[in-house]
Write a protein of this length. Sequence first.
Length: 321
Amino acid sequence: MNKNIITIATGKSLYISLAVNLARSFFYWNKHTTIKFYMVTDQASLIPKDILEYIQIIKIKSGELGEGFSTKLHLDKLAPSGQTLFIDSDCLIFGNIDGIFDRFKGKDVSVIGGYINEGEWFGDIKSICKKFNVPCLPKFNGGIYYLEKGQNASKVYEDARRLEKEYDAIGFKRLRNKPNDEVIMALAMQLNGMHTIPDDGTIMSDPQACPGGYKIDLINGSRYLINPPAPSPLHQNWYPFTTVTPLIVHFLGYYTQHYPYEREVLRLKLKMENKLNPISNFFTIIKIEYGERIKIFGKSMLRPLYRLLFGTNTIKKSERL
């Protein structure tokens, strides 16, 4: 069976840049595998030429498959035949991912996660389960979806697109003023008897689940993320791990603007252009990492004085909106 990676890069040029970084990390670690990489985009002209050598482009028109998170609800139409792993564009890959396909094999549609039957997750879960007569819903990070192309997968996604139209009436809450693909897919999967694979921290994780800090080296493949144990105020009690080393790190939200991400994608670009050497590596670290460290230190030292003189700043609009 074919093995495929698919990512979506539509709308703002930011998403093209993120998807390009993901593609480079995929190729760097998986160039000797048979896995194919597909990028869905409405701005193919922005993709660098070097990337075109090892990815396949799926061109769509702007807004053709919805906006925001909605495009993810059309993966059954976009996925090639065989096993397809969708990975969000704001992820990076730190090793050979062949084994991930083995973990998912045989599941029509799946995700990494567990189950919940109450509490708040973009809506009152207990109420929504009762409304649809299901015992629970899968809970997961939508940075990864898995599907095997066929009628069963198509049925799940058809139901997801139908549920999206009823999003507010169902009782789901919006994310960035748009329907959240995760809860839609969770309900569609449960209605069709699909199952998750347990999260053991080895496939994907993110800095929000692990707020105790993280270190990454994309060239060497080393990485770890920390969820400080209780009673640390940073401890995430819903996340059952303290230290994880996932093959895929999901840089949610503003984490793509942090120096670890920016430093590593530049180092990888230089490496793949045969331009990474001790000198260029040194200047990359000085420019990106220490530049931001100094900026952060300066802000923390001067913030009380600034607020005293000028008040608080307005919250900046996310560049992803």
